[in-house]
Design a protein around this ligand. Structure first.
Ligand code: GLU
Length: 479
């Protein structure tokens, strides 16, 4: 028998922006496809039309693309097994539901929501887990015809046979379920749309998906899905359920902990390379212990069976650290392209592209997200805000230092970087010798007068970027 080609899928529902957890699932599917030279499919699961929106779908596309997780088949590019949007497949599901009815694996159910609510209530009162009563299992054709004549539209339920269901999860190992605990569940709703469990099986079957890699929040669905595969006579894919991503306080990761949507992270100024690297580590560990790795390096070291079955904690601090590392190392041209949209509130046309790159270059060191650049580059684009340094500027020391600096700087050659360094060193030495000022105290006064800060980029670089005239103006402006 020839080995089936690996085919995996990411199947988000467009009921929200792409969640970072879904991005991780997408990444692991993508890596597995890459590693096994298989196909990676994007399917949009929008059967719940009320909760789905075009804007969320677009956000999912854009976020996955921004992360570089582009798909081989999907709603926008098509493929052999399309359509790849469940709302465009609504004509497919009833056929398979009918097939299951014909084979005796499913039946029509005419119970109203009120009937079912009552059954739920009784189970709650008896403190037993709810299971459908099978009230409609043995309706005669006449009874069904009568109900339909009254205009009642049936849902379709899968008839669950009682057995022990065992499957081997690639991450979790052998898992056993007692199917007698699962009630007969709906596969088609009375409005003619499929339920999640049914649509996912029909689509995975028709799209020839070989491996289903997803979060363990879907484990409880898996027995139902396996029962449907078996009833349809289809090959059951291999399953790999990943541990969940928890917030630092070990609760479910949610917006109150910080950003959760990929697009929000990008808006904050996280680099997509860093985000991908970070989420890969939520479940996968590099064999050499080196955590900073690009996607190709991760793919080379990726083994599905080694994914962690336990939950991972989303440490925002670690992401910040990692993002900082990527910012420090990124090609300056690329970083400037990414940084400029964050500096829209400034008139960046004040500088040449070359100087803008220089500004980013000299300010990137301490930042963790690109948004930090708004504050850190402010004094290059606007007159400094002196509120924080007023006291420092009013000191006797600053007054002395600045009085001399204002005069000296007129003779500095701003085209000679080395000379500027030397002149500043001499200047500091002068105040050390004559007044006993510490070199850093002298520099604080200068820095405060020119930038309104006591910390920031290298002073010589700042002088060079601002230019002699601007520096003199700022010094003159200090009373
Ligand atoms: N639409 C489901 C979700 O977003 C996909 C689940 C699956 O991968 O089977 O959770």
């Amino acid at each position: 028998m020839t080995e089936q080609k690996t085919r995996v899928r990411i199947a988000p529902s467009p009921s929200g922006n792409l969640h970072i957890g879904t991005a991780r699932t997408a990444l692991f599917n993508y890596l597995f496809a890459k590693k096994t030279k298989g196909d990676y499919v994007l399917r949009i699961e929008d059967t719940d039309l009320d909760r789905s929106s075009e804007a969320y779908k677009q956000n999912i596309f854009d976020s996955l693309k921004a992360l570089g997780l582009s798909w081989d088949e999907g709603p926008d590019i098509g493929g052999q097994y399309g359509p790849y949007k469940q709302s465009e497949r609504f004509d497919i599901y009833p056929k398979y539901a009918q097939m299951l009815i014909d084979k005796g694996y499913a039946y029509e159910c005419f119970c109203s929501n009120e009937d079912l609510d009552k059954e739920h209530e009784i189970a709650n009162e008896k403190k037993i887990p709810y299971k459908y009563s099978r009230k409609c299992l043995n309706l005669t054709p006449e009874q069904k015809a009568e109900l339909k004549a009254k205009g009642i539209k049936p849902s379709i339920r899968f008839k669950v046979d009682y057995k022990e269901l065992v499957f081997c999860d690639l991450v979790k190992g052998e898992l056993k379920f007692d199917t007698s605990l699962i009630g007969d569940f709906a596969i088609m709703k009375s409005n003619g749309t499929p339920t999640y469990n049914f649509a996912v099986v029909v689509d995975d079957m028709l799209m020839k998906i070989s491996h289903v890699i997803r979060g363990e929040d879907h484990i409880s669905n898996t027995p139902k899905q396996i029962l449907i595969y078996e009833a349809l006579g289809a090959q059951v894919p291999k399953f790999a359920h990943l541990g969940m991503i928890l917030a630092p306080d070990r609760s479910k990761l949610s917006k109150r902990h910080g950003a959760t949507a990929v697009s929000d992270f990008i808006k904050e100024g996280y680099l997509t390379e860093a985000l991908l690297n970070f989420v890969a580590l939520l479940g996968w560990s590099p064999s050499d212990g080196v955590e900073i790795k690009n996607v190709d390096e991760i793919a080379a070291d990726f083994r599905i069976k080694e994914l962690s079955s336990s939950n991972s904690v989303f440490e925002y601090d670690k992401l910040n650290w990692m993002n900082g590392q990527y910012i420090k190392k990124m090609d300056i041209k690329k970083l400037t392209d990414l940084a400029l949209p964050f500096l829209k509130e400034y008139d960046t046309s004040l500088y040449s592209r070359e100087k803008l790159e220089k500004i980013i270059e000299v300010t990137r060191e301490p930042i963790t997200v690109l948004k930090d650049l708004v504050f850190d580059t402010q004094y290059f684009f606007e007159k400094p805000d002196y509120s924080e340094v007023q006291e420092l500027l009013n000191s006797e020391l600053s007054k002395k230092v600045l009085e001399k600096f204002k005069g000296d700087i007129k003779d500095y050659d701003f085209n000679n970087t080395q000379e500027l360094h030397d002149k500043l060193a001499d200047f500091r030495a002068y105040f050390k010798e004559n007044y006993g000022y510490k070199p850093k105290e002298t520099m604080w006064a200068i820095r405060a007068a020119i930038t309104g800060r006591t910390r920031g980029a290298d002073m010589v670089e700042i002088l060079l970027i601002l230019g002699k005239q601007e520096v003199i103006e700022r010094l003159e402006g200090i009373s």
